[in-house]
Design a binder for this molecule. Structure first.
Ligand SMILES: Cc1cc2nc3c(=O)[nH]c(=O)nc-3n(C[C@H](O)[C@H](O)[C@H](O)COP(=O)(O)OP(=O)(O)OC[C@H]3O[C@@H](n4cnc5c(N)ncnc54)[C@H](O)[C@@H]3O)c2cc1C
Length: 304
């Protein structure tokens, strides 16, 4: 039997049919709302299914890419060959004293809601980041003086050979938008956070304050992947971009936000190509004017 058909049949044994999508537009799974089709988009509902998928992909030499909420991704217009595994159906959250355990696909917002329910403080900074726990640990997501490295005790990870290990905070090698997960292609299954007891009204007050700040400062009314560029040492990307007079600069429907120049937004009909062209314009202008290299925080994947 043809390898492709065999692979497809084995997939159907592993997952319910509604969790298998073929030629699925990635624009439906990314906050930038761009990106061509993935050959397969799969949404496992258990760790066993996920393990089975990895081993199936390995045995048929099919490349796979893991996603959470797709809020830090720019997928090119040609899409993704092979398999995209989306983990948002693995989303249980449980609390034990000052510890909170969350599966990789839980949204940061849902974890924040649990922390509020149990009067736990320390997670407030993450409540408005639109990613999943897995994506946040991978990127060491952070905001308003907080970041994952401050609160994570350990992560349960799956490696490409199917081994499951607990990795401690130190060994996660969390630094600015970097981690051992990205470096070694691990898959985060669960994260264990250590918080402290606090007072509900203060926790809620801080979450509300940060939500308000985001609404005020960020172009949340448009599709984007958050800050497009990493913070260059000694500078702020948004200020450099503004000082190059690039506020409102556009290519097609991709635009340097007029509200926050650190964000490139999709005003509706942008392609990945438009966004990539605008990214290059910004990088070149900043390099020419300030001799500073801007690197994308957004991860760019897929084919042209
Ligand atoms: C409006 C807006 C505001 C934002 N604000 C912030 C902010 O304040 N601070 C900040 O840090 N980020 C911010 N972001 C970016 C983004 O939300 C974070 O990087 C988030 O942590 C990404 O999570 P995700 O689930 O969407 O990951 P995805 O975008 O799906 O994936 C990002 C990376 O993580 C990997 N990944 C995802 N899940 C797993 C897993 N379980 N195991 C292994 N690898 C995995 C992917 O392969 C990819 O490499 C913002 C984005 C938007 C759209």
């Amino acid at each position: 039997m043809n390898q492709k058909i065999e692979f497809g049949l084995k997939l159907q044994k592993l997952l319910n049919i509604e969790n298998i999508k073929i030629d699925e537009p990635m624009k439906k799974h990314t906050s930038f709302k761009v990106g061509g089709p993935a050959d397969y988009l799969l949404t496992p509902e258990s760790f066993d299914q996920l393990k089975g998928l990895i081993s199936l992909c390995n045995s048929y030499s099919v490349p796979y890419y893991i996603i959470g909420n797709g809020t830090n991704l720019l997928v090119r217009d040609g899409g993704i060959r092979g398999v995209v595994i989306k983990l948002t159906k693995l989303n249980k959250v449980s609390v034990n004293g000052e510890y909170i355990k969350a599966e990789c696909g839980a949204s940061l917002n849902s974890v924040a809601k649990e922390t509020l329910k149990y009067n736990l403080t320390g997670f407030e900074f993450a409540s408005g980041i639109p990613g999943s726990v897995g994506g946040a640990v991978t990127m060491n997501a952070g905001a308003y003086n907080g970041e994952m490295s401050h609160i994570i005790e350990s992560a349960l990870v799956l490696d490409k050979d199917g081994n499951i290990n607990t990795i401690s905070n130190k060994d996660l090698e969390l630094s600015y938008r970097m981690s051992a997960i990205l470096k070694y292609n691990y898959i985060v299954l669960e994260a264990l956070f250590k918080l402290t007891k606090g007072e509900k009204y203060k926790i809620k007050g801080r979450i509300d304050e940060l939500t308000h700040l985001r609404k005020e400062k960020q172009p949340l009314e448009y599709a984007s992947a958050g800050s497009t560029f990493k913070r260059p040492v000694g500078h702020f990307a948004a200020k450099l971009i503004d000082d190059c007079n690039l506020r409102g600069e556009s290519v097609g429907d991709a635009e340097v936000s007029t509200k926050h120049t650190g964000f490139i937004i999709n005003k509706g009909g942008a392609s990945a190509k438009d966004i990539l062209k605008l990214i290059s314009i910004v990088q070149k202008s900043v390099k020419d004017k300030f001799d500073v290299d801007l690197y994308t925080e957004v991860l760019i994947i897929g084919e042209d």
